[in-house]
Write a protein that binds this ligand. Structure first.
Ligand SMILES: [Zn+2]
Ligand SMILES: [Zn+2]
Length: 267
């Protein structure tokens, strides 16, 4: 296992932390470094970036998918300490601002979901994800070398999601829980229902079905992330998703553990 960046084109997806307890994913090319979510402390962000030779002050922007603390915990600190612009939609800002705290006006960028905008030479497009947050989104990134997407935290896969992430070079999707582990686990009934519901998360089998559709659309690299620490194991998620493929039709598959460690698939 090692930290890993996924780079079929010059555009790379580097998950720094990925679990129900904290998420931060770096999207980079030669010129631009974008952080998607910062659900980790400022200290952990710096340590995670250091492992791949990047300083937090080098980041160009932080994009925020939704207001849950596993995505926003360190956003305010990182923006204030390193003078980083943040990008989020208005509803998410309304719900997240008390937790994020003061952001300099010049660093606060409110987008409308569906808008396209540029961070240096990377074009970013947001799209809706069905999740129990004010207006959660995923992002697609495009530069002259390729397209990559981050699409986690969704109760089911909508046509809108498919329309934007199909055909990308690389996609980070969630494999949040193993259904059996969730059902026999210690979570209260209401929480189990929330996780399984249409505004919850994808289980390993949902993730496998999505991975199959993505691979058929031409996606070459699929990264599984945002695993529950209570209701999943990296190898279980990977093996479940691999079971949807044969050697002939499998994309490159990998699963990311909570600290960004990567296990590559063997199909
Ligand atoms: Zn989350
Ligand atoms: Zn969430």
């Amino acid at each position: 296992m090692r930290q890993g960046c996924f780079d079929l084109s010059r555009l790379k997806i580097c998950p720094l932390k990925s679990s129900s307890k904290g998420n931060a994913t770096l999207i980079t090319n030669e010129n631009t470094k974008i952080l998607v979510d910062c659900g980790i402390s400022g200290k952990t962000l710096c340590e995670s970036l250091e492992k791949i030779g990047i300083r937090a002050a080098e980041l160009d922007a932080i994009l925020i998918t939704h207001e849950h603390t596993d995505h926003t915990k360190g956003v305010g600190i990182a923006s204030r300490k390193y003078n980083l612009p943040i990008y989020l939609n208005a509803l998410t800002w309304n719900f997240a601002k008390s937790q994020i705290g003061r952001i300099e006006e010049k660093n606060l960028n409110i987008f409308e979901t569906g808008d396209e905008f540029y961070i240096n030479d990377i074009k970013v497009k947001s799209f809706h994800t069905p999740h129990d947050a004010a207006e959660s989104v995923g992002f697609v990134f495009e530069d002259s070398s390729g397209r990559a997407a981050v699409a986690t935290d969704m109760g089911f896969v909508t046509d809108e999601v498919l329309s934007v992430i199909c055909g990308c070079d690389a996609v980070l999707i969630e494999a949040n829980y193993d259904l059996n582990m969730l059902e026999i686990g210690s979570y209260p009934y209401e929480l189990k229902q929330r996780i399984k519901g249409n505004r919850g998360h994808l289980c390993n089998d949902d993730s496998g079905a999505l991975a199959k559709i993505l691979a058929e659309s031409g996606v070459k690299e699929i990264i599984l992330g945002h695993l529950s620490e209570e209701n999943n194991f990296p190898l279980l998620a990977l093996k479940t998703v691999e079971s949807f493929f044969t050697k002939e039709n499998a994309p490159r598959l990998a699963v990311v553990g909570k600290d960004g460690e990567v296990i590559k698939g063997t199909v």
